[in-house]
Design a binder for this molecule. Structure first.
Ligand code: UN1
Length: 500
């Protein structure tokens, strides 16, 4: 009998009112059952909202530096449990241990940043135009934040949303992706152990179509943060627009690495290997297009294919593995579909292109790292997000063309350029339409203390991480204090008696 896990609602670990559970299995070996997690329903969410309201009343009155102290302890506990949590995460999500350790580290970094922000949360004090009057802005909590998180960073992305929401004084309802329930269950345990008052956080497991939608449509949840597909994000945008909710969206990408002829080619190959095949290509920031200048196109592809063919597939728990499984069967099928499209579009499959043949990988959701050459700009392979280890290589003649191709997709998360030319470097920073551009580094690897997000259909103008996210989770309020003892009318009395 697999171990049963529960929701965390109303300050207790509770069974879902639906009585339904879903089995969660290891994507590297589908015979390995990790446990069962609730498939909750709207009644569970309703209870979570009632509890989160009580949590909010308490938490919003807790001074922000003390809220920050809870995050400081959270960071300490995550550090102490880093390896154990990383192992649980690899078992449920698949990526290799080095990467899940990095995922936990990103949570730790986010915790310590949030802890210190509890002693900042700056407002402004500015001069008033009138005598003996002060003017200032300051920040207030908003209410319940509904957080819907993806499978690919099972701990880090939940922390990007939860920690700033908490430091700003909101209470939280979190719904993790159904394929990775364990990591967030562990995160909630850690927050409680760190001293977070129980009703400030609620964890409701279940399908997005049921619980995700119920969160977004609930009138008492004014703040929504979602990471996932552009298609779902635009639906959430419609609902939140209609309901006057604050919404932060982090969605698709079709990120390009540009390699110029003057680049260090070995370094560029290291970069694309990590950017395209790290996390088995399942990052919003993954390199899915490689834009190669004519002069180095063939040479770089030879070097790349030699390296890709040597990548070792296997369970992420095995330290010798380079590339773990994909998250589930339909993710593998999507890669297969795109390889078929590539063949019909006349591209060359230089390596990979199918599931691995070895019988020991049979029980997992593996797909070989794939390099497709001869991809034409504007084609489906060049424009659509695949979210797997499939790299489209596009030839270009100069930097102008590379910039144009980079910018022609609907997404705009990250980009990268390999060059030693300082002019090309700054042109790229200036002209690539992305939220993040890397120079001589891959398209992945954002650090927790900088704003993270993309332009165009990748997002909706908000950023996670760094200092900007604290504006999303708090309301700006302005206060004026007039100590002149008389009525002073702004704009009218300002210039009374002055020569102008
Ligand atoms: C994502 O791509 O889904 O920048 C998040 C990175 C990580 C976060 C990625 N720090 O690659």
């Amino acid at each position: 009998m697999p171990e049963r896990h529960l929701n965390f609602i109303g300050g207790c670990w509770v069974e879902p009112m639906t009585g339904e559970f879903r089995e969660n299995r290891n994507p590297a070996d589908s015979s390995d059952i990790i446990g069962e997690w609730p498939r909750s329903g709207p009644a569970d969410l309703q209870r979570a909202v009632e509890s989160a309201k009580r949590g909010f009343e308490l938490w919003k009155r807790t001074p922000a530096p003390l809220r920050g102290d809870v995050l400081k302890r959270t960071g300490d506990i995550l550090s102490a449990r880093k390896d154990e949590i990383a192992r649980a995460m690899t078992r449920e999500m698949g990526k290799v241990l080095n990467e899940t350790r990095g995922d936990v580290q990103e949570g730790i970094d986010t915790a310590y940043y949030a802890a210190s922000e509890g002693r900042r949360l700056f407002g402004y004090t500015v001069p008033s135009e009138l005598r003996n009057k002060w003017a200032m802005s300051y920040r207030r909590p908003i209410g319940i934040a509904g957080l819907i998180t993806p499978f690919n960073f099972p701990l880090a992305i939940p922390t990007w949303k939860t920690f700033p929401a908490l430091v700003c004084g909101n209470s939280v309802i979190i719904k993790p992706a159904e394929d990775v329930p364990h990591s967030v269950s562990l995160l909630v345990e850690v927050l409680l152990e760190a001293g977070l008052p129980p009703e400030v956080i609620q964890l409701v497991h279940g399908p997005g179509s049921r619980i995700g939608n119920a969160i977004v449509e609930h009138p008492d949840i004014p703040v929504i943060s979602f990471t996932g597909s552009t298609e779902i994000g635009s639906h959430l945008g419609e609902v939140c627009g209609r309901m006057h909710k604050r919404l932060s969206l982090e969605m698709g990408g079709k990120n390009a690495q540009i390699v110029m002829p003057d680049a260090d080619l070995e370094l560029a190959v290291d970069g694309v290997l990590w950017g395209a095949f790290g996390t088995t290509g399942q990052r919003c920031t993954a390199t899915s297009r490689l834009l190669l200048h004519d002069d180095i196109h063939d040479q770089l592809l030879d070097m790349l294919v030699a390296r890709v063919s040597r990548l070792r597939l296997g369970s992420g728990l095995d330290e010798a593995t380079d590339v773990g499984p994909m998250i589930n069967r339909s993710a593998v099928e999507k890669c297969e579909e795109y390889v078929t499209i590539a063949r019909t579009e006349g591209c060359d499959v230089l390596c990979g292109g199918q599931r691995p043949a070895s019988p020991e990988l049979e029980p997992g959701f593996f797909f070989q790292p794939t390099v497709l050459a001869g991809v034409r700009s504007g084609s489906r392979l060049a424009c659509e997000e695949i979210f797997g280890p499939v790299l489209s290589v596009i030839r270009c003649h100069d930097l102008d063309e590379a910039i144009r191709i980079n910018n022609e997709v609907v997404y705009g998360l990250s980009s990268s350029i390999y060059t030693r030319d300082v002019l090309a470097c700054f042109r790229a920073l200036n002209e690539l339409d992305n939220g993040i551009t890397y120079v001589n580094a891959p398209t992945i690897g954002a650090e927790a203390h900088l704003p993270f997000g993309g332009v165009k259909q990748t997002g909706n103008g908000h950023r996670e991480g760094g200092w900007e996210v604290y504006h999303f989770y708090s309301e700006t309020k302005v206060g004026y204090v007039d100590f002149s003892g008389k009525l002073q009318r702004a704009q009218i009395d300002t210039y009374a008696g002055s020569p102008t």
